[in-house]
Design a protein around this ligand. Sequence first.
Ligand code: 7TS
Length: 404
Amino acid sequence: MLDITKIRQDFPILSRKVNGKPLVYFDNAATSQTPQQVIDVIVDYYSNYNANIHRGVHALSQEATDKYEAARQTVKQHFNAKNAYEIIFTSGTTHSINLVANGFATLLKKDDELIVSALEHHSNIVPWQMLCEKTGAILKVIPMTLEGQLDMDTYNNLLSDKTKLVFVNHISNALGTINPIKTIIKKAHQVGAAVLIDGAQACPHIKPDVQALDVDFYVASAHKICGPTGVGMLYGKEEWLNKMQPYQGGGEMIDQVTFEKTTYAGLPHKFEAGTPNICGGIAFAAALDYMNTIGFDAIAKYEESLLKYGTQQLLKIEGLKIYGTSKNKTSVISFNLEGIHPYDVGTLLDKMGIAVRTGHHCAQPIMDFYKIPGTIRASFAFYNTKTEIDALVEGVKKAKMMLS
Ligand code: 7TS
């Protein structure tokens, strides 16, 4: 059992008011809030050992380097990677996916096939379309069902010896569906294709084990896991990272530079050109430590109860429709009120201090599938409460009355 009252005290922002009302923060799928323990690490970095890493002989640089590399070890342990050098620090999920897509530019040829799913965030679609334009590879799509699940029969039929890469999310940001990634990975490997899993929405709820999954690439952003913005990770199997060309050139990623030829540094530095987000990487590790202290089993269990309660209460409102009804889903409820634009509901909820996201959630193909402009999305975290869900339900009822 989680002590939610105590947990909420870790998050200073949760006690503020918005528009004169206590903040109800239900936009966790966009970004999570930051506990004092992580804020303290950020303050400590800039107060005590701010310095550039991997290059100074002075004490501060050494201290910052040690903390940054210790953070890499924490991330490695959290995701159960085999080696710390298989963890690349990036600016976030979007950067991680672009890094892999660019890395594959020299590994693909015309008419090779790539498989994406209908449930993806734009950041797991667009970089691959750019790669296809560059290489002549072809993008195939796993369709979705009305419940918001992947059509696995079609997936099986799409796979062939032409398939080189499959990229799907672990959990859909717009609907909350948990995808059967273990099966997806296994089937892709049977035809020799590599798999990238976009874990941006999974990592706040689940602790992924990249070795048990046997996944080739796994990507995530710190800011959705109680960490800061502007930092994230790419896990890549050593053999793939060695085959891929670096995404960016610059300082830190080289071995020797002459005007005739430059040789690259080894992993992970080959993919980490320039001064990284040093404080961010250290705070990312602090956020993982914080989440692990609470415990992912307890988090999942508690969020499941929020999802169940929220779904039941919202469905009591006449004319309310929930999108994404898979049995296997996390604490995301995407919904609409019949005949009312989601934006209008979101705006009124904001006046009541309730933060939700409205719109297409950077997943336009899903909205096109349902033929809707967007949804109202309430996404719960482990620090939310049933009382806050009651406030949301009351708020939606009020909005419905005002807009009908
Ligand atoms: N992939 C998924 C599944 C996501 O949910 C997001 C962000 C990204 C990739 C991109 O992450 P970034 O950290 O690089 O921006 N999703 C959302 C969202 O649902 N609302 O705001 C951002």
